[in-house]
Design a protein around this ligand. Structure first.
Ligand SMILES: [Zn+2]
Length: 176
């Protein structure tokens, strides 16, 4: 039972409000003692400055700055932050769209589906002349490339490429 109480007291003491208000009150008491001992008026001075700045802010909001403008600025600020967040969420590997695996050049694209990016449209190219390989043969130079990998195996290969290149766990990122 007492353990629970201690835990509760601990929680209360570590609460940011308790810490904030507590330290402010402590600072005020220390300043008051200091003022009493030395005969200064530091606390009164700080209190006065705080009151003045709060009053200034209040006046600014109340009279000088129309609330509409204030809210607009706030709204723009939050929208800007949201857009920025979304931008930051764009995975770095979306720029990784081609690589050579086992002597064949592959190019692919990503598709956003259910909150994740998936690899789509994997196409094989001749690594020498960058032309498409159709039926195991380069359409341009006629070089033969035997590629027995199915779609799933090609995807796995690219997931692995992402993992290696960006140090991202492919299973966390792509699942499936
Ligand atoms: Zn070729």
């Amino acid at each position: 039972m007492w353990q629970k109480k201690i835990a509760m007291i601990k929680k209360f003491l570590l609460n940011p409000w308790t810490v904030g208000i507590g330290s402010t009150v402590c600072a005020a008491i220390i300043l008051k003692i200091f003022d009493l001992l030395v005969g200064t008026k530091i606390l009164d001075y700080i209190g006065g400055a705080l009151y003045t700045s709060l009053k200034f802010l209040y006046n600014l909001l109340d009279y000088r700055l129309p609330i509409g403008l204030f809210l607009s600025i706030l709204l723009i600020y939050f929208l800007y932050k949201r857009i920025n967040l979304r931008k930051n969420r764009r995975p770095i590997y979306l720029d990784y769209k081609e690589d050579e695996f086992q002597g064949i050049l592959y190019r692919w694209s990503y598709k956003y589906l259910n909150g994740k990016y998936r690899i789509e449209e994997i196409v094989a190219y001749c690594p020498t002349c960058k032309h498409r390989i159709v039926h195991d043969q380069c359409l341009n130079c006629g070089a033969v490339y035997l590629d027995k990998k199915n779609r799933q195996e090609r995807k796995a290969m690219i997931y692995y490429g992402v993992e290696k290149k960006y140090n991202i766990n492919e299973f966390h990122e792509f699942g499936e």
